[in-house]
Design a protein around this ligand. Structure first.
Ligand code: 9RB
Ligand code: ZN
Length: 424
């Protein structure tokens, strides 16, 4: 079911009537919903928005995204020699993302989204950004009884894993296609495995193929766009798109990340692209400990001005939730309301520069408890729908503070802000 939503005088102020769930038992862990009757206020007749009377958010999930086999290690492979004991759940076990999908369903938000099917990306889609040798190696290792590794020894995949990786890249392509062709206004692709660390010739950091880069290349080479911006708010550096597009001015790649978290040897401010691409790689490394104050300042000072200067036709977001205060693989302090606020900024920005064309692609996020609340907040903002679901962790996490912008965070962001003037 789709919800038509009300578009006021400008694109930046569209909002939907709040959807109220009556008699809902807010048991997200049991995912039990009693009596989930939804009452909606009928949408008033709307002014036309790009010729469309309704505005929808596309959503992609596929059961196989929950079937990635991350092996028996926790982060490192399990090994008797190195005394890394086997563990039930690898840090990137797909249940975290499946739990986000289940909250989208249990909250009722899914009824307001247009579900779009992912198809496997083709070899040609992958080879727009990756070497043939990388593609061939992934297929060959995927055929082995126990699968293989995407490239760095900490990115295992199981037998047949190439099919899930192709489905993730294909989900990214499909989300971009649906938005650019006007089937939906914007989209969230809850894809897995992630992609933003995968470089032209290798996978790394749990990423096999670079879904975001593949989708950006599809937008440029197949759909005919001229300028695409990638905004990477995953807590780790978006090294993959930086590697793939370093000589291109057709992609503006902005990564806001915890300084030297992963990879520890990239993501510095002085990495700015090369040749024609100089200036179109923009890194905003943040000191550890930052919360929504640091992130909002980074967006207001660097990300938004850079994207406004660039005027892309499409914004792709590398949407990880590993900057959350609950994440085991980083040390930042974002909460769901912080992610909601970043999403709101990008929805408004996309209305300003790219006719609302905004596609979020799932990247990292390793707190099985908390990622669902962060993701729900972001997708609610994309859809302009509030389900009334409250972040169950706010009472404990909110009390920890950490949202104020600190002087050393402001200084780090301001140093990156200087680089915006080179973007045209
Ligand atoms: C270690 C290595 C990793 C790998 C991936 C991440 C996060 C990825 C993500 C963090 C650390 C290597 C421990 C390589 O969420 N991206 O968004 N660590 N990788 N070698 N060793 C010893
Ligand atoms: Zn990450």
């Amino acid at each position: 079911m789709r919800v038509a939503f009300c578009c006021h005088s400008t694109l930046t102020s569209f909002h939907v009537k709040e959807i109220t769930h009556l008699g809902r038992t807010a048991d997200v862990f049991g995912a039990v919903l009693a009596d989930a009757e939804i009452s909606r206020t009928p949408a008033p007749k709307l002014p036309e928005r790009n010729g469309l009377m309704t505005s929808t958010t596309g959503y992609i999930w596929n059961t196989l995204y929950g079937w990635t086999d991350t092996g028996s290690g926790g982060l490192l492979p399990s090994s008797v020699d190195s005394l890394t004991q086997p563990i039930g759940h690898h840090v990137a076990h797909p249940d975290t993302k499946r739990r986000l999908h289940e909250l989208i369903s249990a909250s009722g938000l899914i009824d307001s989204l247009e579900q779009i099917d992912a198809q496997q990306a083709t070899e040609a889609d992958i080879l727009r950004v990756h070497d043939k040798a990388h593609y061939d190696r992934i297929l060959a290792e995927s055929a082995l009884p126990k699968g293989g590794d995407a490239g760095d020894g900490v990115s295992p995949f199981g037998n047949g894993g190439h099919r899930i990786a192709l489905l993730a890249a294909g989900g990214a392509i499909e989300a971009v296609r649906a938005v650019v062709e006007g089937q939906v206004s914007n989209a969230y692709a809850l894809i897995n495995p992630p992609g933003h660390h995968a470089e032209r010739s290798t996978g790394r950091g749990f990423c096999t193929f670079n879904n975001g880069a593949i989708a950006a290349a599809y937008a440029l080479e197949v759909l005919g766009l001229k300028r695409v911006a990638i905004v990477d708010w995953d807590v780790h550096h978006g090294n993959g798109a930086q590697d793939i597009f370093r000589e291109s001015a057709e992609v503006l790649n902005i990564s806001v990340h915890q300084d030297r978290c992963f990879p520890s040897d990239s993501g510095f401010r002085d990495e700015r692209g090369e040749g024609e691409g100089f200036g179109y790689t923009l890194n905003v490394p943040l000191p550890p400990g930052g919360g929504s104050g640091a992130y909002e300042y980074a967006f207001d000072t660097v990300v938004l001005p850079a994207v406004r200067a660039y005027q892309p036709e499409l914004i792709i977001v590398a949407s990880g939730f590993d900057a959350s205060i609950m994440d085991p693989l980083a040390r930042m302090m974002m909460r769901s309301d912080g992610f909601r606020s970043l999403a709101r900024k990008l929805v408004d920005l996309s209305a300003e520069v790219s006719e609302g064309r905004l596609v979020c692609l799932q990247e990292g996020g390793y707190s099985p408890m908390y990622v669902p609340f962060c993701g729900l907040a972001v997708i609610e903002e994309l859809a302009g729908v509030h389900t009334g679901t409250s972040d169950a962790y706010t009472p404990i996490l909110g009390a920890m503070g950490g949202d104020e912008l600190l002087d050393h965070e402001r200084e780090a962001v301001d140093l990156a802000g200087v680089l915006v003037s080179d973007i045209h």
